[in-house]
Design a protein around this ligand. Structure first.
Ligand code: SAH
Ligand code: SF4
Length: 389
């Protein structure tokens, strides 16, 4: 098999929908419901029509502004109603399997969302702020050759609840309730964890809308960045519907090289990807597009590559984020050496683009870009344990 035979995607056996309706006796998790969904659930539970909007407002405040998990603590709601709500609903958190702290302060959670669905979330603190790197899928259908997640089987998409939950758990650990109006240690979200967010757009969009809601977690769209390996047909919707910052995993300037390292390029080549970037409404939120570029020794790191990069992105309000390759067990590449990275940076800077080199964070706990991988395996239907009736 030649490298070009690497499949673009793993086979997608339809998994049970992550947000499928629960069995009758199961309580409905209020986390991850949009305001409209929550209103519908309350109506169905017998809350009078005229009171629904007010009740949604109260619940929203307690769940997303104050971070409470039990109805008992929701003291603006009568005791009787709290008891009724607790009978039918819950404010659920995922299971924290492990929480590791790096010597540089980076924290990584291994979270479980049911059997065989484990993902990782990473917090990267700075002096007076910090970014939360959030996952969108258990595994990834794509097979980028430098990415540890890409070596996992794709298990399933995360539901809106499971995406929001990563933020809730991080805030529980870091102690960031109620939503701070000033300094926040989780001040930014980057959709750069496990998975391709634009292959799970609906759930990602719902989750980000919940996180942006001003009466709850209230994180502005300016503080959210979505990274994609280049799902061209979805990029316009991200700009129009969410208005968050866009990061593109470009990583190569020639289609033959990108075809090898980001196989999705065979479906959506560089020219199409850059056209989608030119059409992205950056002017509306005055943000530049970030082009991520992993430095792979001898593959994509020459001065000629840097010059071509500058030519390709000319006219796009952009910055280039150079990522030193983070190795993982068995990874087929090496990181470019410092001199090569410096020469690359020089070309990009001289062309007027800011090109910070991303400092690897949390390498000692395998929490750096592209090192995330959980033990989840896809379970075939024939292997599923059927509970006794
Ligand atoms: N699936 C999305 C987001 C997750 S990856 C995407 O591909 O954009 C976040 C960033 O880390 C991407 O730019 C990805 O290409 C990069 N990355 C993956 N593996 C890496 C590695 N081993 N070293 C450095 N960066 C890596
Ligand atoms: Fe998936 Fe992104 Fe890794 Fe590629 S780099 S395999 S798209 S998570």
């Amino acid at each position: 098999m030649t490298l070009l035979d690497t499949p673009i995607e793993k086979t997608m056996i339809p998994a049970p929908a992550a947000d499928a309706a629960p069995a009758r006796a199961e309580k409905v998790n209020l986390v991850g419901l949009t305001r409209e969904d929550m209103a519908a659930a309350l109506l169905q539970a017998g809350i009078p029509d005229r009171a629904v909007k007010m009740r949604v407002g109260q619940l929203w405040h307690w769940i997303y502004y104050r971070g409470v998990r039990s109805f008992d603590e929701m003291t603006s709601i009568s005791k009787e109603l709290r008891r009724d709500l607790a009978d039918r609903f819950e404010v659920k958190r995922g299971e924290v399997v492990e929480c590791q702290l790096s010597t540089d302060g980076t924290r990584k959670w291994l979270l479980r969302y049911g059997p065989n669905a484990e993902i990782e979330t990473v917090h990267i603190p700075e002096e007076d702020r910090g970014a939360l790197c959030v996952s969108s899928q258990v595994g990834c259908t794509l097979n980028c050759r430098f990415c540890h997640t890409g070596t996992m089987p794709w298990v399933r998409n995360l539901s809106p609840a499971e995406i929001v939950d990563q933020m809730m758990i991080a805030r529980d650990t870091i102690g960031e309730w109620p939503s701070p109006s000033g300094t926040r240690m989780i001040s930014n979200i980057v959709m750069m964890g496990m998975g391709e967010p634009l292959y799970n757009y609906d759930s990602v969009a719902k989750a980000l809308r919940i996180i942006m809601d001003e009466e709850g977690i209230s994180l502005s769209k300016r503080r959210i960045t979505l990274s994609t390996s280049g799902v061209v047909p979805m990029i316009e919707r991200v700009g129009r519907e969410l208005g968050v910052g866009l990061a593109i995993s470009l990583h190569a300037v020639r289609n033959d090289i990108r075809d090898l390292i980001v196989p999705l390029n065979r479906k959506y080549p560089i020219e199409q990807l850059l056209q989608a970037c030119r059409d992205y409404p950056t002017a509306a939120n005055s943000r530049r597009i970030t082009f991520e570029y992993v430095m792979l020794k001898g593959i994509n790191d020459s001065v000629a590559d840097a010059k071509e990069l500058v030519r390709l992105i000319s006219g796009i309000p952009a910055k280039v984020n150079l990522i030193p390759f983070n190795p993982w067990p068995g990874s087929p590449y090496e990181c470019s050496d410092q001199k090569t990275i410096d020469a690359f940076v020089e070309v990009v800077n001289r062309a007027g683009y800011s090109s910070p080199v991303r400092t690897p964070r949390g390498r000692d706990i395998m929490a750096a870009c592209g090192q995330l991988k959980s033990a989840s395996q896809k379970v075939r239907a024939s292997e599923k344990v059927v509970p006794a009736a």
